[in-house]
Design a protein around this ligand. Structure first.
Ligand code: NAP
Length: 257
């Protein structure tokens, strides 16, 4: 295995929720490895676009609200029109809603399940239909990387729809790997630990929970979106051609405790 196995030069990656946080960290890491990036976002991802271009990559913005499946096929078509094809899909967009399970609303259940699980599946389907047009036939493989969570493995508290959705992401990652491995597509997931982003702003601001979390992380710090980039490059690269249905924790040791 040489360092070239991690090279993404000439590859096209579609990253959802790329305007901020982990999506931005992944888009920049994939660009550093040589990929051109389609940035799917509901708010203009100007900062990420500039960061990708500063790495010498092409960045194409696809404006899309991922709370419904409606834009999935358009996202694929626009990306292929602009950048030629899609070699890598990173399903990163996600939301969280917090309330006691006794009070949790149907609206908060549906909103989270739609973005985190339903759209992840149907966008993967749309991209896989595109990938099966070339995967394996030209000696290269398609790569799908889903963003899971510690709550793919654990129960959490006050986040019932988030836990259900991220546990679902773990199961779907394995199902899709089983079905699509023979078609030349690798499907894997990254489970980030506690990463300092908008998604965790409430936890970071809560002095008690912040201390509890830091005490459990062997690395002793919140993760940074850039910490997730290396795992994304690996799973998107030729180096991971024989990795299937794996959920790679990048958590500063949280699960080891
Ligand atoms: P974030 O900064 O809030 O990023 C979430 C991204 O998803 C944003 O770009 C957001 O866009 C986008 N998004 C949400 N709903 C959308 C919609 N309807 N249409 C289009 N885009 C939408 O939080 P993050 O922590 O980076 O989260 C990224 C992923 O990592 C999520 O799947 C999250 O569950 C997962 N994760 C995070 C952590 C953590 O500790 N931070 C841990 C485990 C897993 P807007 O900016 O427009 O809202």
């Amino acid at each position: 295995m040489t360092v070239q196995a991690f090279d993404l030069s000439g590859k096209v990656a579609l990253v959802t929720g790329a305007n901020t946080g982990i999506g931005q960290g992944i888009a920049v890491a994939l660009a550093k490895a040589g990929a051109n990036i389609a940035l799917a976002a509901r708010r203009s991802p100007d900062e990420t676009k500039a960061l990708v271009e500063a790495e010498g990559g092409r960045a194409h913005v696809v404006m899309a609200d991922l709370s419904s499946t409606q834009p999935c096929e358009r996202i694929v078509d626009e990306t292929v029109d602009a950048l030629g094809r899609i070699d890598i899909l990173v399903n990163n967009a996600g939301i969280i809603r917090r309330a006691d399970a006794l009070d949790f609303s149907e609206e908060d259940w549906d909103a989270v399940m739609d973005v985190n699980l339903k759209v992840l599946f149907f966008l993967s389907q749309a991209v896989a239909r595109h990938m099966t047009g070339w995967a394996s036939q030209d000696g290269t493989r398609g790569k799908i990387v889903n963003i899971a969570s510690m709550l793919t493995f654990q129960g959490g508290i006050r986040v019932p729809s988030y836990t259900a959705s991220k546990s679902g992401v773990g199961g779907l990652t394995k199902l899709l790997a089983n079905e699509w491995a023979p078609k030349g597509i690798n499907v894997n997931a990254i489970a980030p630990g506690y990463i300092a982003t908008n998604n965790t702003a409430a936890l970071q601001a809560d002095e008690y929970r912040n201390r509890q979390i830091l005490e459990r992380i062997p690395e002793g710090r919140w993760g940074d979106p850039a910490d997730i980039g290396g795992a994304a490059v690996f799973l998107a690269s030729k180096a991971a051609d024989y990795v299937q249905g794996h959920i790679l924790a990048v958590d500063g040791g949280w699960l080891a405790r």
